[in-house]
Design a protein around this ligand. Structure first.
Ligand code: ATP
Ligand code: MG
Length: 295
């Protein structure tokens, strides 16, 4: 799937259903997809415009919704990607939700409950900044979080919890797809070195101090556990109807161009059209027009 306008071939970033994933074989950096900074600005603006146009038809068509899920390690650029890629889209057509540690009430429900209430309406693009995928990532890396979820013993028996959760997720996404919500998922793939550089910048540059969190540095110690959890997750939940894209994230501009292309390609893949009116309705409209004119 290559779009002429951008020349970005998304196939290389898509996780094939059922294939094992070794993240060290997936690049965190690829050759620049743009020339100068100016060229980047031109390209991203074109993407943003394409998205804005497509979103308008999505809205008018009012049959489909698109859900983009973003997952990544800290400082991989989720926020910046959302800001830059969605900047030109009508705010009424986009719904962004960020998911942090669940509340007590959320923990009293099954793990798909809280995000279900935030799914995009028909005609809208929904963005999940983190998602139910945290339930097979951070929760897997930190067994104490799972222990606090008060699950019945059979849910925890025989170590099948992760397989069961993957199945729930795949079924859930298939259900959404059958009902008109297209799901696409992006893992912003950052290298450990680049994460260190970005943390250092958050300490060194006063304007970035607010972004720095000690907790993020502590989480970095679990890098390998996260990598293994991501690998299993990507391999187990990338499907034809809800694919994962592993987007190289060491270069923010590249990542934004690729992420925008994932959305543009998804929208282009839908059979979107402006609703047309029947000849009878058009005659009615013409009659109303004449009345208004003579009014
Ligand atoms: P930023 O740091 O850029 O503001 P963020 O997404 O990292 O964005 P934080 O408030 O720093 O936001 O972190 C949210 C935390 O909540 C993450 O560590 C994430 O793993 C955690 N979290 C999200 N969902 C769950 C969940 N279902 N169970 C436990 N922890 C979760
Ligand atoms: Mg954070």
């Amino acid at each position: 799937m290559t779009t002429k306008a951008t020349g970005i071939d998304l196939d290389q970033y898509r996780v094939r259903p059922g294939r094992r994933v070794h993240l060290d074989r997936w690049p965190t950096r690829v050759p620049h997809l743009y020339g100068s900074k100016k060229d980047y600005s031109r390209r991203i603006e074109a993407q943003v415009q394409a998205l804005a146009d497509l979103q308008q038809v999505l809205y008018a068509d009012n049959r489909y919704a698109v859900l983009l899920i973003l997952q990544a390690m800290d400082a991989a650029g989720k926020d910046g990607t959302i800001r830059h890629v969605m900047s030109g889209v009508n705010p009424q057509g986009v719904q962004v939700f960020s998911f942090k540690h669940p509340s007590a009430s959320e923990l009293d429900h099954d793990f798909l409950w809280r995000t279900s209430q935030c799914l995009p309406e028909r005609g809208r693009i929904g963005i999940f900044n983190r998602s139910y995928y945290e339930e097979v990532l951070v929760v897997r890396v930190h067994p104490e979080i799972l222990a606090a979820q008060a699950l019945p013993p059979e849910a925890l028996a025989k170590g099948r919890i992760w397989k069961d959760r993957f199945r729930s997720i795949v079924d859930h996404e298939a259900h959404l797809d059958r009902n008109g919500t297209r799901v696409v998922k992006i893992f912003l793939h950052l290298s450990r070195d680049e994460q260190r550089e970005r943390f250092l910048a958050r300490i060194d540059e006063p304007d970035k101090n607010w972004k720095f969190s000690e907790g993020d540095v502590a989480e970095r110690q679990h890098w390998d556990s996260y990598r293994r959890a991501y690998e299993d997750c990507l391999a187990s939940t990338s499907t034809a109807h809800a694919p994962w894209y592993v987007v190289p994230a060491d270069d923010k501009e590249n990542a934004r161009l690729i992420a925008s292309e994932v959305l543009v390609a998804t929208l282009r893949g839908l059979d979107l059209r402006y609703p047309t009116v029947s000849p009878a309705r058009r005659r009615e409209l013409q009659a109303l027009r004449r009345r208004l004119q003579d009014d």
